[in-house]
Design a protein around this ligand. Structure first.
Ligand code: FES
Length: 248
């Protein structure tokens, strides 16, 4: 049984409205794609699953969007406060199958956050494709720029980068490079498109599911998704899956 850790908040940033970027002390080693379950505080025992954005020796970084009561409470913590964090949890990305060519990471909205540590692990041939609704919501572009060979941006309204879907950019990148692996996190319709492109060009692909969660440790079945016609628990078997194992 996983134990939670009491973790001191070392740094908090608020790069765009509603997005909080937090670094805490953390005693365990985390893999790209794993997540933590954070006790939100106040008068609630609510925990919220949040993907790990980056980590190192003795620290961990997570970025989240305020979306409801739990994350609203979380946003009231200050540097120096302590958080009760369970984790690291779940199965992360398997980058041993990335092949010799170009790895590509594809993220949409808050789905970009777990891809930063992964991009660093995949090496400097990596290309990233990040999708946002509009220019004002772009975050972490400079960080992806510095660890990737190329960082492509797509916006829904065309206010920055390519106008349209990350999947349109992905298909162009695949046509113009020897892409041997694709990793993605974001809304399900986007990941469905990523999976279709990976299948069309026969490229190894992993997807990270952003599922609603209750317990985070396999006890409540709130987080199920479909794999080969069966219900599987995202918090235990995922959040990262081989794309071929997900029924999207
Ligand atoms: Fe409870 Fe997955 S969140 S079983």
């Amino acid at each position: 049984m996983k134990k939670s850790h009491i973790c001191k908040i070392l740094n908090i940033n608020n790069p765009v409205e509603g997005i909080y970027d937090v670094i805490v002390s953390f005693p365990e080693i985390a893999q790209p794609g794993q997540f933590i379950h954070v006790l939100c505080g106040g008068d609630t025992l609510l925990r919220r699953p949040i993907s790990i954005c980056d980590s190192g020796d003795g620290w961990l970084r997570f970025v989240y969007q305020v979306r409801g009561k739990g994350t609203k409470l979380l946003s009231q913590y200050k540097e120096g406060d302590e958080l009760d964090i369970l984790g690291p949890l779940g199965v992360g990305f398997n980058f041993s199958k990335k092949g010799d060519g170009v790895p590509v990471v594809v993220g949409g909205g808050i789905g970009i956050f777990p891809l930063l540590k992964l991009s660093k692990a995949l090496g400097d041939k990596t290309q990233s494709i990040l999708g946002f609704r509009t220019k004002d919501l772009i975050v972490m572009k400079d960080e992806f720029d510095s660890c990737c060979d190329l960082c492509h941006i797509a916006t829904d309204d065309g206010s920055y980068g390519t106008k349209g879907f990350v999947t349109d950019v992905l298909e162009e990148v695949v046509k113009n490079n020897n892409v041997t692996s694709i990793y993605s996190c974001g809304p399900v319709p986007m990941m469905k498109g990523v999976k279709q492109i990976a299948e069309k060009y026969n490229i190894y692909c992993q997807l990270s599911m952003e599922q609603r969660m209750g317990c985070g440790i396999g006890a409540c079945a709130v987080c199920t998704c479909q794999s080969h016609g069966e219900n599987v628990k995202v918090c235990q078997k995922g959040p990262v899956f081989d794309a071929q194992d997900l029924d999207l």
